[in-house]
Design a protein around this ligand. Structure first.
Ligand code: AMP
Ligand code: GLY
Length: 430
C-alpha cells in the first residue's frame, strides 16, 4: 500500500516509523514531515493545514491510505475532501472532529449520552460569564471552546484570575476565534490518564493507557505545553478501570455519534480524570496524542497498518485487536530554551549517532539542511523513547541517552515516570 501521513511532529514520526515496519507498506509519504521522517519516508513540502494541496497530492501519488496526525486538518475537513475523492482516510470528518474542535459541542454530546464529565456552563457574552463568577467556588477552570493548541484551559485559583482569563479570551482575543465562546468548568481532582481507542464507528479497540506531562517544569509547574513526556501503560489503570472507561465513556460517546448519523473513524482520545466518583472526561481529542503516541507505539506487538486501514474502511471487526509487548515505555521530550514561549531555532543538533539501538529517537522540530546538518526548527525538538521491563530500567535507558544529545539551550524534564518508580530507586542522571 501507499500511505501518506499528515503532520510534522513527534507523533507523526512515530506513526511513520511504525508504518515503515509494515511489510505491506510499499511507499511511505509524510506531509510536511521533519528531519526524522525524511530518513524513513519521502517528505512532501505541503503544510498540514493545506487541505486542498494534501488531497491533490494523495491523488497524484495514488495513495491508498491517508493517516492524519493533527486535529487542525481534520477540523478543516481533510477527511471529507479525501472521501469525496475516493481516498480512504484514518481520521474523522469535520462534523465528527467537533468532539475536539468545539468543547461546547462535546459537552452537549456528553450530556446527551450520559458521559460523566466536569460540570460546565458555556458563554458567548462576557457580561454573563463575569456575572456567573460570583456564584462559583474556586479553583475553577476557564476553557476556550475552540482549538487552542493546548493553551485553551486555564485553572483559576480565585475570582480575579478567572476575570482576567475571561477578559483575555473573550475581550482581548488572546486565543483568537477559539476563545470567543468559553466554558466555565468545575475543577476536578484525581489522577489524569489519556485513554485512546481506534474505531471505525462500530468496532472499537482500546490502546494501552498512557500518561502525559503537560507542564513545562518539573513537579508539574509552569505553563502548559504540547506535552513534555509520557509513559505507557499506566499501572493504576487496571483492566476493571479500562472496562469501566469503555462502558461509561467511549461506548456511550460513539453511540451518541451514531444516533446522530455520524460514523466516527479514527482515534478517539479521552483525556480523563479518575475521580473518587469514577472516570470523568476533561476533553476529547479526535486524533492520536503527542507525545503519548511515542510511548504507546513502541509497545505495539502487531502491524499498525491493518489496524488503521481497517478502521478507515469500516472493517475493523475483520482484524484482530492489537497485541502488546510486555513491559513499559518512557518518552522524554527535548525542547528549545524558552518554549512554550518564544525560542530560537537553527541550532545544530549533535549526538544522535551515539544513541544506542534500544532507544528510539522521534523528531519533532528538526530540519535537515542541504549540507546534511540536522538543526532545531521548533519548540519541541525531539522525543526519546525507551522500553524496559519496568519503569526504572526504561527511565535509566532514556535518561542515559538524553545525556548524549546536545544543542544550544536544550531543556527537558527529569521527572518523567518518576512517580512510577519506588522512592528508594530514583535513577536520574543529572
Ligand atoms: P485540556 O486543554 O482540556 O486538555 O486541559 C489541559 C489540562 O488542564 C488538562 O490536562 C488538565 O490537567 C487540566 N484540566 C482541564 N480541565 C480540568 C478540570 N475540569 N479540572 C481539573 N483540571 C483540568
Ligand atoms: N498530549 C496531549 C495531546 O495530544 O493533546
Amino acid at each position: 500500500m501507499r500511505v501518506l501521513v499528515v503532520g510534522s511532529g513527534g507523533r507523526e514520526h512515530a506513526l511513520a516509523w511504525a508504518l515503515s515496519r509494515s511489510p505491506d507498506v510499499e511507499r511511505l509519504l509524510v506531509a510536511p514531515g521533519n528531519g526524522g521522517t525524511a530518513a524513513i519516508a519521502q517528505n512532501l513540502p505541503i503544510a498540514a493545514s493545506d487541505v486542498e494541496a494534501l488531497a491533490a497530492a494523495a491523488q497524484a501519488h495514488r495513495v491508498d491510505l491517508v493517516v492524519v496526525g493533527p486535529e487542525e486538518p481534520l477540523a478543516r475537513g481533510l477527511a471529507d475532501v479525501l472521501w469525496e475523492r475516493g481516498v480512504p482516510v484514518f481520521g474523522p470528518t469535520a462534523v465528527a472532529a467537533r468532539i475536539e474542535s468545539s468543547k461546547a459541542w462535546a459537552k452537549e454530546l456528553m450530556a446527551a449520552a450520559g458521559v460523566p464529565t466536569a460540570r460546565a456552563e458555556r458563554y458567548q457574552e462576557i457580561s454573563l460569564a463575569l456575572r456567573a463568577l460570583d456564584a462559583h467556588t474556586y479553583p475553577l477552570v476557564v476553557k476556550a471552546s475552540g482549538l487552542a493548541a493546548g493553551k485553551g484551559a486555564v485553572i483559576c485559583a480565585d475570582r480575579s484570575e478567572a476575570e482576567r482569563t475571561l477578559r483575555w479570551m473573550m475581550q482581548e482575543g488572546g486565543l483568537g476565534e477559539a476563545g470567543r465562546e468559553v466554558l466555565i468548568e468545575e475543577y476536578l481532582t484525581g489522577r489524569e490518564v489519556s485513554f485512546l481507542v481506534v474505531t471505525d464507528g462500530e468496532t472499537t479497540y482500546p490502546l494501552i493507557p498512557a500518561c502525559d506531562y503537560k507542564r513545562i517544569g518539573e513537579g508539574d509547574t509552569g505553563p502548559n505545553t504540547g506535552g513534555m513526556g509520557a509513559y505507557a501503560p499506566v499501572p493504576w489503570v487496571d483492566d476493571a478501570t479500562q472496562g469501566e472507561i469503555m462502558e461509561r465513556v467511549i461506548g456511550p460517546a460513539l453511540g451518541e455519534l451514531r444516533r446522530r448519523g455520524i460514523r466516527y473513524r479514527g482515534v478517539l482520545y479521552a483525556g480523563l480524570m479518575l475521580t473518587a466518583e469514577g472516570p470523568k472526561v476533561l476533553e476529547f481529542n479526535c486524533r492520536f496524542g503527542d507525545p503519548e503516541t511515542q510511548a504507546i507505539l513502541p509497545l505495539l506487538a502487531c502491524d499498525l497498518l491493518p489496524l488503521l486501514s481497517a478502521a478507515a474502511t469500516g472493517k475493523l471487526a475483520e482484524v484482530p485487536s492489537p497485541t502488546w509487548r510486555p513491559g513499559v515505555c518512557v518518552t522524554v521530550v527535548i525542547a528549545s530554551a524558552g518554549y512554550p514561549g518564544t525560542y530560537r531555532t537553527g541550532y545544530p543538533i549533535s549526538g544522535l549517532d551515539r544513541i544506542p539501538d534500544d532507544v528510539l529517537v522521534f523528531h519533532a522540530g528538526t530540519r535537515l539542511e542541504r549540507d546534511g546538518t540536522l538543526v532545531t526548527a521548533g519548540g519541541r525538538v525531539l522525543a526519546l523513547s525507551a522500553t524496559g521491563h519496568d519503569f526504572q530500567s526504561a527511565r535509566q535507558r532514556v535518561y542515559a541517552a538524553l545525556e548524549l544529545i546536545e544543542f544550544e539551550g536544550m531543556t527537558y524534564r527529569r521527572d518523567i515516570a518518576a512517580r512510577e518508580v519506588e522512592p528508594r530507586t530514583i535513577p536520574v542522571a543529572r
